[in-house]
Design a protein around this ligand. Structure first.
Ligand SMILES: Cc1cc2nc3c(=O)[nH]c(=O)nc-3n(C[C@H](O)[C@H](O)[C@H](O)COP(=O)(O)OP(=O)(O)OC[C@H]3O[C@@H](n4cnc5c(N)ncnc54)[C@H](O)[C@@H]3O)c2cc1C
Length: 309
């Protein structure tokens, strides 16, 4: 019988593991298919405190894992496939193994949606990015034309944020109006550096042969005409999908599948806690995920202490 099981090995899961381990709870963490989480897919992280020169994303996550293991966390490669949270102890199945636990921390993250283009995939981290806050300030984007794809609040926020760095920000949207909040639409369209490209989709990211983004090809969905926009960066902001399907109907979620926390890190099921991007559709940063992981572990520890009083 485990005291704490953690689903996910990103910033949230590994920070939860560190705190739970230091509380002598010997947490068992399942990595999922992406050990180290999303941050391992980026080369340089410049906004995680404590690294004035920046840190390689993969290296940061290896360090987080080592730090958690140093205090007794057990990191196990495996994916949780089913859960039974209807009674204590909770039962989980991971790669054919059944685990029982008194508390569970869900830190399964959220995947960003892709445009689905081969060129997009090939140029990821070479000018194609999914996070303006993370990458916008990189030298490669400074004073260069940039393209944001999307039409919701996130796309508007990303485009507005990028005006600090880019010479011009093209906002490519497949419709002829944005579907963000009214205030956000007004702010976005009023900005002199933002140029909307309506009724259009990106059909190709240029230039795979050069190994960097030099532009995008866009197609007008009404007229069928195509043209190229020169740019140094493509910021895809068409939404995220939280990895929460396992908990549907059991743990309270919003319409987009984000788990809705109560009083910090708790969920509607006593003993089940949540942390990181799977419960955060607003900030989605390494440091916020880590902070939420810390909160979830402290809550789990208090839950166990109260049960055993
Ligand atoms: C390219 C890129 C660059 C970024 N750069 C920055 C940056 O510079 N600064 C910054 O602050 N943020 C950055 N971010 C955002 C940052 O990566 C995320 O906010 C952070 O990783 C969220 O951590 P998390 O632990 O909530 O989720 P994730 O990192 O997404 O981790 C989720 C974990 O859950 C696991 N998992 C999922 N389902 C299961 C399951 N069923 N069983 C077991 N495990 C499961 C996965 O394998 C993974 O280990 C970047 C993101 C991307 C994509």
């Amino acid at each position: 019988m485990e005291k704490v099981v953690i689903i996910g090995s990103g910033c949230a899961g590994l920070t939860a593991a560190l705190y739970a381990a230091r509380a002598n709870l010997r947490p068992l963490l399942f990595t999922g298919r992406q050990p180290g989480g999303l941050l391992t897919t980026t080369s340089i992280v410049e906004n995680f405190p404590g690294f004035p020169e920046g840190v390689d994303g993969y290296e940061l996550m290896v360090r987080m894992q080592k730090q958690a293991e140093r205090f007794g966390a057990r990191v196990q490669f495996g994916t949780v496939e089913s859960v039974d949270l209807s009674k204590q102890p909770f039962r989980l199945s991971a790669d054919g193994e059944t685990v029982e636990t008194e508390t569970l921390i869900i830190a399964a993250g959220a995947g960003h949606r892709h445009l689905g283009l081969e060129s997009e995939l090939k140029l990821e981290n070479k000018g194609v990015t999914y996070c303006a806050t993370c990458d916008g300030a990189l030298p490669m984007f400074r004073d260069k034309p940039l393209v944001v794809v999307g039409g919701g609040d996130s796309a508007c926020e990303e485009a507005t944020y990028l005006t600090r760095f880019g010479s011009v920000v093209y906002l490519v949207h497949r419709r002829d109006s944005l579907r963000a909040s009214k205030i956000m639409i007004e702010r976005t369209l009023a900005h002199k550096k933002i140029k909307p490209v309506w009724d259009s989709t990106v059909t190709e990211v240029l230039d795979v042969a050069q190994g960097k983004v030099t532009g995008v090809r866009v197609k007008n969905v009404k007229t069928g005409s195509e043209n190229a926009i020169e740019c140094a960066g493509l910021f895809v902001a068409i939404g995220h999908t939280p990895n929460t399907a396992l908990f549907k109907g059991v743990i309270h979620m919003d319409d987009h599948g984000y788990i809705v926390p109560r009083h910090g890190a708790a969920t509607n099921v006593p003993g089940v806690f949540v942390a990181g991007d799977c419960s955060d559709r607003v900030y989605r940063q390494a440091v916020t995920a880590a902070g939420l992981g810390c909160a979830a572990a402290i809550e789990a520890e208090r839950f166990l202490a109260a049960r055993n009083e």
